[in-house]
Design a protein around this ligand. Structure first.
Ligand code: PLP
Length: 357
């Protein structure tokens, strides 16, 4: 591997053990075995078990594999929304999911405070079927407070709650009983090659999908929830899946379990504090999110005085690949991933450099 360290918010630096697991996968013919074989079923069930244990999923929550989080947005709209979803939009990723619902001509609604401001108003239209929350908005480094999800849960026991945890899990703690469906893709906090989405659902999601089907709604084809479920019971997938991706996820989840989710989460908090302090000290940048309670722990976003291009270039000459801003903020923000594979030591070195920038 190169000497570079990718602090980009996804794809990012691979988790420490990926190289060894890739070698083992080649030896074990993971890329050649049939997806209808016992060997595949074993990989599938082990990955499910390890991820479920790492995230501490309550019983009754099942895991399915897709190609990406984008795909899961579409599957949620198809399978879990008849007419209306409501979206708490704190940046571009949350906005995209909302747009998917509109693409499907749902009468969906959104709360959009804009520019990293907090959600003061948690109200939701009465006839909304599903509420969408982005736990960690990667585009601007906005963290949605757990207490607000608790409130939404308490106020709307009849509605489904969907949580986008793409750049949060497993580095940010989350009580999954607050959500009916949650999802992530693996190229962020897990430090794996892209091309795999992980979709978590509970019984209420199956019931909703059944209800839509009974009402004659088309819920998709090979990846409709019911099809995924039928295959999943056999530890299989409807299509020929990303077997290598599923294998690697299972292995890395196991490695993370060895460290423990709690240890990873505590280290994430520590490193994020170090990075925010450095940005506050620096004379050329400030944290973009002003409200401390909403500062992401895994994607640290700094607003630069001027353009970020010199800074990105200078840091890349040191071997540190930092993310540029997202969308409109492309040339004014730095986005620094703080994921489990970014060691305390390298984060401290980066922070030392930023603090005198
Ligand atoms: C990256 C990201 C996505 C999209 O993930 P894909 O794997 O590209 O589909 C969705 N939501 C958030 C918060 C993300 O960071």
């Amino acid at each position: 591997m190169s000497q570079k360290i990718y602090f980009t918010p996804g794809p990012t630096q691979l988790y420490f053990t990926v190289q060894d697991h890739l070698k083992a996968a080649l030896k074990e013919d993971v890329m050649s075995i049939s997806h209808r074989s016992k060997a595949f079923e074993k990989i599938f069930s082990e990955t499910r078990e390890n991820v479920s244990e790492l995230l501490d999923l309550p019983s009754g929550y099942d895991i399915y594999f897709t190609s990406s989080a984008n795909e899961i947005w579409e599957r949620i709209v198809q399978n879990l929304v008849h007419n209306k979803s409501h979206h708490f939009v704190n940046g571009s990723f949350a906005q995209k999911f909302y747009n998917f619902a509109l693409d499907y001509q749902k009468q969906s609604t959104a709360t959009v405070p804009g520019n990293g401001k907090a959600f003061d108003d948690l109200s939701v239209p009465e006839d909304t079927e599903l509420i969408s929350v982005t736990l960690n908005e990667t585009s601007i480094g906005y963290g949605f407070e757990t207490q607000k999800i608790e409130k939404l849960r308490a106020n709307h026991p009849d509605k489904l709650i969907a949580v986008d945890g793409v750049s949060a899990f497993p580095a940010v703690p989350f009580n999954f009983s607050l959500a009916d469906t949650a999802y992530f893709s693996v190229q962020k906090s897990f430090g794996l090659p892209s091309g795999l989405g992980v979709w978590i659902v509970n019984e209420k999601c199956y019931a909703k999908a059944d209800d839509l089907t009974k009402n004659g709604v088309i819920t998709g084809s090979y990846h409709q929830l019911n099809t995924l479920r039928k295959s999943g019971i056999k530890n299989q997938t409807p299509e020929t899946p990303n077997t290598l991706g599923i294998y690697l996820l299972g292995k890395v989840a196991k490695d993370m379990l060895f460290r423990s989710a709690k240890a990873i989460q505590n280290e994430t908090t520590y490193k994020s504090t170090v990075l925010y302090q450095a940005i506050e000290k620096s004379s050329s940048m400030t944290p973009f999110i002003l409200n401390k309670a909403n500062r992401s722990k895994t994607v640290i976003v700094a607003q630069m005085e001027g353009s970020n291009s010199e800074t990105l270039k200078a840091l890349s000459e040191k071997g540190w690949i930092i993310g540029s801003g997202y969308g409109n903020y492309k040339s004014s923000h730095l986005r620094i991933a703080n994921f489990p594979m970014h060691s305390k030591e390298v984060v401290e070195q980066l922070a030392d450099t930023l603090s005198v920038w």
